[in-house]
Design a protein around this ligand. Structure first.
Ligand SMILES: Nc1ncnc2c1ncn2[C@@H]1O[C@H](COP(=O)(O)OP(=O)(O)OP(=O)(O)O)[C@@H](O)[C@H]1O
Length: 485
C-alpha cells in the first residue's frame, strides 16, 4: 500500500509553500535569518558529506584531472578495490592497475578520510538521426563538507602532483637525437634509453662523484628558488678531458640518476637558426641536452672574436652568420664557412647561438633542463662561453687515478683488494692511462681476475717504456738539430 497518494503530496506541498511564505512575510528578518541558518545546519548534520564529480570527458575533450585521478589511485586501489584492471600504458615501463566501474577506494589526507568511486553510465547522443551510445565514466569523490576548502586547496593539487610524479617514474626513458633524418618529419627521433652506466659504475674521484650528485639534487629541488630570482630553471655542465676518460659514461650516469631523458644535439646537423630554435623548444622538461665534442663541431678559434661581440643578443647569431658568409665571399672562399674547420663544415649555428637561445627561450618553458657540453680541449673554448650561468660547473675528467682504478677493479674483476694493486698505485701517476684503457684490458681477460691484473701491470709498464723511448728520441732529435746549427 502506498503511504502517500498524489493528492496527499499535492496538499503537503501547498502547505509547505504557504508556511514558507507566511514565515518569510510575517517573521522579523533577524528571526527569519536565524531560522534559515538553523535549518541549513540541521540539513548539514543530516547530510554531512558532499561529492565532487570528475568526468572522463570535459565537453568532447579528455579531462586531464580524470587521468590524474586514475593514475593517483593506481597504487592505492590495489589494497581496497575488489576488481582491478591491469594494463601497460604506451611509453610506460611498468604495468598499471586501474579500478573497474562501481569500485570504491578510501584515501587518507592530513588526517581526514575521502572516498573515491568510479561509475560508468551509458549516454546516448543523437546525431543527424543516428543514435550513438557512449560509456560515460566519472569519478565521484566524497568527503565531509567541513574539509571542502582543504580538498580544493590542498588535496586535489596533491593528487595532480602525485600523478605527475608517478607518470614520470613509470615512463620509459628515451634518447633523442637530431642526427638521423626522421621519415615522419619529426625534429627528434628517439629510442628507449637503457644505458647501464650509473654513479657506482663510473670511475671518477669519489669526492667529485659526491659533489656532482649533491649539485644535481640541489638543482632539481630548487624550482621555487629559480622562480623567485626570475631565472630559467637550467644548469650547464662542461665535461672536459682526454678521450676515454668517461665523459659519455658520466652523462649517462647523470641521466640515470635524475631519471631524465637525453637529447643528443648534433650541431653540425642543424641547418638554420629556426631549426635550432624548434629543436630546443621541442625538448621536454626533466631532460639533459647534450652537445658533445664542442671543439670539433664548431670552429671556435676562428669565430671567437665575433662570437664574443655578438653573443649578448639572440639576433646576434643571424648577424654573425651573415658576417661569416660575407667574409667568405670577400675572401673568395668558394666553400663558404666550410673552410672554417672540418666539423663546422655545414654548421650555420654556433655554441654561443645555442647558449643565447637557451637563455632566451627556456625562461618561458617551465621545467628543469640540464645542458651538458663535452670537449677534449677546454683551452680552445672562449672564456665568455665558459662563464657561470652558461656552463655553471666545469668537471675535469683526467687519466685514471688510484681511486678510479679501484672502482674499475671492483666492477670488472669483482676484486676488493689485490697484491698487484700497490704496483699499479706506484705506476699510475707517471702513466697516461685512461679508464677506457683499463676497462679494455679487464674486458679482454675473460673473467680471469688474476690475468686481468697481470695484463694491466704489463700494459702500464709497456706504455711507460714507450713514453720513455719517445722522450729519448725527441731529445736525440733536439741534439742533432743543435749540432747541425
Ligand atoms: N670514468 C670511467 N668509468 C667507467 N668506465 C669508463 C670511464 N671512462 C671510460 N670508461 C669506459 O670506456 C668506454 C669509453 O668511455 P667514454 O665514451 O665514456 O669516454 P669519453 O671521455 O666520452 O671519450 P670521448 O672523448 O672519446 O668521447 C666506456 O664505454 C666505458 O666502458
Amino acid at each position: 500500500m502506498e503511504l502517500l497518494d498524489w493528492k496527499s503530496i499535492g496538499s503537503l506541498l501547498a502547505t509547505f509553500v504557504f508556511v514558507r511564505t507566511a514565515i518569510r512575510d510575517f517573521l522579523p528578518p533577524e528571526i527569519y535569518r536565524a531560522l534559515k541558518a538553523f535549518f541549513l545546519k540541521l540539513f548539514a548534520l543530516l547530510q554531512p558529506n558532499i561529492s565532487v564529480i570528475i568526468e572522463e570527458y570535459d565537453s568532447s575533450y579528455s579531462n586531464e584531472l580524470f587521468d590524474a585521478v586514475q593514475l593517483y589511485l593506481s597504487s592505492r586501489c590495489f589494497s581496497s578495490a575488489r576488481v582491478l584492471k591491469l594494463s601497460k600504458p604506451k611509453n610506460s615501463k611498468t604495468l598499471t592497475f586501474t579500478m573497474d566501474a562501481n569500485q570504491k577506494v578510501e584515501d587518507d589526507f592530513r588526517g581526514f578520510k575521502l572516498r573515491w568511486s568510479l561509475h560508468s553510465v551509458e549516454k546516448k547522443t543523437h546525431n543527424f538521426g543516428i543514435i550513438r551510445s557512449h560509456e560515460n565514466r566519472f569519478f565521484e569523490l566524497t568527503f565531509h563538507r567541513k574539509h571542502k576548502d582543504a580538498v580544493h586547496a590542498a588535496y586535489l593539487p596533491h593528487v595532480m602532483e602525485e600523478a605527475s610524479r608517478i607518470k614520470f617514474k613509470n615512463r620509459e626513458r628515451r634518447l633523442y637525437t637530431n642526427r638521423s633524418s626522421d621519415d615522419n618529419g619529426r625534429l627528434w627521433s628517439s629510442v628507449p634509453f637503457n644505458h647501464p652506466s650509473n654513479f657506482d659504475t663510473v670511475a671518477i674521484d669519489p669526492r667529485l662523484k659526491e659533489e656532482i650528485k649533491a649539485d644535481l639534487i640541489k638543482f632539481t629541488s630548487r624550482k621555487d628558488f629559480y622562480a623567485r630570482v626570475g631565472r630559467a630553471w637550467k644548469r650547464g655542465y662542461l665535461l672536459y678531458g682526454p678521450p676515454g676518460t668517461g665523459k659519455t659514461s658520466l652523462i649517462a650516469a647523470i641521466a640515470n640518476f635524475l631519471e631524465f631523458d637525453i637529447y643528443d644535439l648534433e650541431l653540425t646537423a642543424v641547418t638554420s637558426n629556426s631549426q635550432l630554435r624548434k629543436l630546443l623548444i621541442a625538448t621536454s622538461s626533466k631532460s639533459v641536452v647534450v652537445v658533445e665534442d664542442i671543439d670539433c663541431t664548431l670552429d671556435l678559434s676562428d669565430r671567437k672574436k665575433r662570437i664574443v661581440r655578438k653573443e649578448e643578443t639572440e639576433g646576434g647569431l643571424m648577424e654573425e652568420n651573415d658576417q661569416v658568409k660575407k667574409r667568405d665571399q670577400k675572401e673568395g672562399n668558394a666553400n663558404g664557412s666550410q673552410a672554417a674547420g672540418a666539423g663546422a663544415a655545414f654548421s650555420t649555428v654556433s655554441l654561443s647561438g645555442v647558449l643565447n637561445f637557451v637563455d632566451g627561450l627556456w625562461s618561458s618553458c617551465g621545467g628543469e633542463r640540464l645542458m651538458i657540453f663535452t670537449t677534449n680541449h677546454k683551452e680552445k673554448l672562449d672564456p665568455a662561453l665558459l662563464r657561470a650561468g652558461r656552463m655553471d660547473k666545469h668537471i675535469n675528467l683526467s687519466y685514471c687515478d688510484f681511486p678510479s682504478f679501484k672502482t674499475l677493479m671492483h666492477n670488472y674483476l669483482f676484486l676488493v683488494e689485490h697484491e698487484l694493486e700497490k704496483e699499479v698505485k706506484d705506476l699510475l701517476p707517471a702513466a697516461k692511462v685512461t679508464p677506457a684503457d683499463i676497462a679494455e684490458v679487464f674486458m679482454s681477460c675473460n673473467d680471469d681476475a688474476e690475468a686481468g691484473m697481470r695484463n694491466l701491470v704489463a700494459e702500464i709498464k709497456k706504455r711507460l717504456d714507450e713514453e720513455q723511448e719517445k722522450q729519448r728520441l725527441a731529445e736525440l732529435g733536439g741534439e742533432s738539430i743543435e749540432e747541425e746549427k
